[in-house]
Design a binder for this molecule. Structure first.
Ligand code: MV4
Length: 451
């Protein structure tokens, strides 16, 4: 195991990695921007190094400063967390070039899975189910129409360099396709500097179901079941749960096996997530693979009892992962994560930076809170608005829902607006209670809900 690692991130995920490292007897070097000087991850680190001013480009995205900090502090490895440099192949390569371990997959794996059209092509060749479509870039409106006629309308045009919903356009007939094809290309060029697009059949009212995977350098690969992340707003996840309320045991096994096929096929190591669309017939299709630890990883930790971040450190240091004996996994309880953001749901979820004046945590059975703020903390406007994650669990989904209601009532945050009232409304919704939601649920069913 490493003696010392550097955490190249901030906020709750920096604290999460700190906790895993300390439990393994690993020292923590925490980098920070001037805006984060007085935060908990800095306070709880064994060493803290300022890497620049508040703007991310000058601090958490500054590869030279971060690698310099690792060298000065004697850290052997860098944990990138999520966001920032976590899926940057150049950074993973720069670490290795400087004799530092990047705690994540190889730079080649990140490259290979970063281009969405190429990743889909790879998965199709490996026998992982994919959405019918162009199977590669589409160069012209004529080609796009040919593929659309083959798979049938409506279709979706996606940017190869996209992901997370950026640069997607629907077309319901041939006329619309010409218009949307050109619009998508223009949009992709501006957003990603790459106008390559591909085409897929539009899956209507899908759910977003993803499989958590772990693979080590000893040839072990396993999955930690699924997470249902269908409750999103403008491609921002707000609530995640596991198991997926509508997944059959048979489909869970099939999805898990498909995910492992993907992982083994690309020689993936460390923690990763395979995202699938689940259609209303229970069929699933590969969407994207995320090559980082995700915000919602505690949901999987809760239903499986595996500490994903500790496993990441073990895998990166060359040890075998320790959870192999627990395979094949089946969920041992029902877990739900609520993202508590400093955003005002009553005003279109606008960010609400400011000073937290009260922060009273919920507790009791079946409750975990991953939070890096305390009463008195300042939430800067420079970074994302996540201030805490509330994870609740129970033997059944109903028990988890009841715990969620009482824990959200106990959770008292003052000084800033948060997404707590939003979550309370979701819990009151009958479709959510029945478990019959889909990816456009919030936009479609929540447009007139008052918070
Ligand atoms: C789709 C789709 C329907 N049909 N592909 C959005 C994010 C990106 N990873 C892929 N996305 C989608 N791809 C086909 N062929 C619907 C979405 C989608 C979506 C997916 C997951 C979670 C939320 C979503 C919200 C809108 C659209």
């Amino acid at each position: 195991m490493f003696k010392r690692i550097l955490i190249a991130n901030r906020g709750e995920i920096a604290l999460r990695v700190n906790r895993a490292a300390h439990e393994l007897g690993v020292e923590v070097v925490q980098v920070y921007s001037t805006a984060d000087k007085d935060t908990l991850p800095v306070k709880l680190a064994d060493q803290a190094i300022c890497i620049g001013p508040a703007p991310s480009a000058k601090s958490y995205l500054n590869m030279q400063s971060i690698i310099g900090a690792a060298q000065i502090s004697g850290a052997e490895a860098i944990h990138p967390g999520y966001g920032f440099l976590s899926e940057n192949a150049d950074f993973a390569r720069a670490c290795v070039d400087n004799d530092l371990v990047f705690i994540g997959p190889s730079a080649d794996c990140i490259d290979q899975l970063g281009n969405k059209a190429a990743a889909k092509d790879t998965m199709k060749k490996l026998g992982v189910p994919t959405v019918p479509g162009s199977d590669g870039p589409v160069e012209s409106v004529e080609d796009a129409r040919r593929f659309a006629d083959e798979v049938g309308y409506p279709v979706l045009i996606k940017a190869s360099a996209g992901g997370g919903g950026k640069g997607m356009r629907e077309a319901h007939d041939a006329d619309e396709l010409a218009e949307q094809f050109n619009a998508a290309r223009g949009e992709a060029k501006v957003a990603f500097g790459n106008d390559e697009v591909y085409l897929e059949k539009l899956i209507q009212r899908p759910r977003h179901v993803e499989i958590q995977v772990l693979a080590d350098s000893h040839g072990n690969a396993m999955h930690l079941c699924e997470r249902d992340c269908s409750i999103q707003r403008r491609h921002q996840k707000l609530l995640e749960e596991a198991p997926c309320p509508v997944l059959t045991e048979e489909t869970r096994q099939a999805m898990g096996e498909a995910a492992l096929k993907a992982v083994r096929g690309v020689g993936y190591q460390n923690a990763g997530t395979i995202e699938f669309l689940l259609d209303t017939d229970g069929k699933f299709y590969f969407m994207e693979m995320n090559t980082r630890v995700q915000v919602e990883h505690p949901v999987s930790e809760t239903i499986t009892g595996v500490d994903i971040v500790k496993e990441q450190l073990r895998i990166a240091s060359g040890e075998p992962m320790t959870c192999i004996s627990k395979a094949p996994m089946s969920p041992r309880c029902h877990a739900i994560e609520f993202r508590i953001n400093a955003e005002d749901p009553a005003h279109d979820f606008r960010p609400c930076p400011g000073t937290v004046t009260r922060f009273d945590l919920p507790g009791g059975p079946g409750v975990r809170v991953d939070a890096f703020v305390r009463a008195g903390s300042k939430i800067p406007s420079t970074y994302d608005s996540l201030v805490a994650k509330l994870i609740v669990w129970g033997d059944t989904r109903d028990e988890a829902l009841a715990r969620a209601r009482r824990a959200l009532t106990e959770f008292n945050i003052e000084g800033i607006a948060t997404t707590i009232p939003f979550h309370q409304k979701v819990l009151e919704n009958e479709m959510f209670q029945r478990g019959t939601v889909y990816t456009d649920f919030i936009e479609t069913e929540f447009s007139d809900v008052q918070f």
